[in-house]
Design a protein around this ligand. Structure first.
Ligand SMILES: [Ca+2]
Ligand SMILES: [Ca+2]
Ligand SMILES: [Ca+2]
Ligand SMILES: [Ca+2]
Length: 369
């Protein structure tokens, strides 16, 4: 765009066509007050041997708004002319660019839309999200990284998004389970934390439900924008026989929500032979190697793997190895989960469970061949 004022570029998929296309969108320094909204700008990084965008967007001039674009697989996601000031760039997704941004060192732009609206999603952002608020010092997740993202030089996104922007209504559930493999008879309680976060920009009321084996719980939650709550459950396994116990949780979508992949969660907590840290119902060399790989680590350290902490004392040491070695070679056949296998009709087998191992709701399953 050259000498353009108040031009809107919206909803395009922009890809290179021909060799050495320099930019997906080029806003020259003589332009002002334009908007680039909701486009996908997909180039190819250098070295691909095909058509390529060197730059997804080249930004120049003043007072533009660049938002809700997906900028992917370019050499530079966004670059700038030496005249490039007072534009606002937010709610974009930058992913798989060789360099996300290269901005003139004297440029002065805003790389977020303030709080709680937020900034951009950068695929190489490494920060965590434990805090909320305008200076990210209040306890609780909010979907915004706790530390700013350095765009280039002193151009900074103060509120980088933890996931690609998904519209003004988005509820996210983050699960955390203290152990998913537990030794039978070890009197261990798994802690299940489900963090439900309102990534959206309005107050939302949502229905949360969870099933942990036979236990169910339902909650109606009201969360203001960028606020979260943690639902905590304890699952004591001490008297439970060997098998998998289902944990299934979901948050019903709120009106207008489109990003649903993070609204539900399912996993198993497996009760098994003590020492079977990979949960495949045997204690073999793979389990011992898994423990040895993280040997001497403690809870809170990056190397610590809670399933390898067999006695659940928050450290992986000789006592865990001893438990595994004491049970080395033991196997628990999956067939013993079932009391009988009967031929029902041609092409079907009915497996009837041993009630000692299966919940009532899972008393049989049918395989159709
Ligand atoms: Ca945060
Ligand atoms: Ca969602
Ligand atoms: Ca195993
Ligand atoms: Ca231990």
């Amino acid at each position: 765009m050259r000498s353009s004022t108040a031009v809107l570029i919206k909803g395009f998929r922009i890809i290179p066509y021909g060799n050495n296309i320099e930019a997906g969108i080029d806003i020259e320094p003589s332009s002002q007050n334009c908007a680039v909204v909701g486009n996908t700008i997909a180039g190819f990084s250098l070295g691909s041997g095909f058509d390529r965008n060197f730059y997804g967007i080249v930004l120049g001039g003043y007072d533009h708004k660049i938002y809700e674009n997906i900028i992917v697989r370019n050499l530079y996601g966004i670059s700038s002319y030496s005249t490039c000031d007072n534009s606002r760039i937010y709610h974009n997704t930058f992913t798989d660019n060789t360099f996300h941004a290269s901005i003139y060192y004297l440029a002065n732009n805003q790389w977020d839309n303030g709080y709680p609206s937020g900034g951009n999603h950068w695929s190489d952002y490494k920060g965590t999200d434990l805090y909320r608020g305008t200076v990210q010092n209040e306890t609780g997740s909010d979907g915004i990284g706790d530390k700013p993202y350095i765009v280039d030089g002193d151009e900074i996104d103060r509120y980088p998004l933890m996931k690609p922007y998904a519209g003004p209504h988005d509820i996210v559930m983050r699960p955390s389970i203290s152990k998913t493999v537990v030794g039978e008879g070890l009197n261990i309680t798994a802690t299940i934390n489900m963090t439900i976060i309102n990534y959206g920009e309005q107050t939302e009321t949502c229905n949360f439900s969870i099933r942990i084996d036979a236990m169910t719980d339902n909650q109606t939650l009201t969360l203001t924008s960028r606020n979260s709550t943690v639902q905590t459950y304890a699952f004591n396994t001490s008297s439970l026989p060997k098998r998998g116990y289902v944990v299934a949780a979901q948050v019903e979508p709120v009106p207008g929500e489109t990003s649903l992949e993070d609204n539900s969660f399912t996993c198993n907590i497996t009760v098994t032979i003590p020492g079977d840290v990979d949960g495949d119902f045997d204690v073999d060399i793979f389990d011992v190697v898994s423990i040895c790989t993280v040997y001497s680590s403690k809870k809170g350290e990056a190397r610590y793997v809670s399933n390898c902490d067999i006695n659940d004392d928050e450290k992986i040491d000789i006592y865990d190895v001893v438990i595994a070695c004491a049970n080395y070679g033991q196997k628990y056949s999956s067939s013993s989960l079932f009391s009988s296998m009967t031929h029902a009709t041609e092409g079907q087998f009915v497996l009837r469970s041993n009630p000692r191992h299966m919940a009532k709701s899972e008393c049989y399953m049918r395989l159709e061949c």
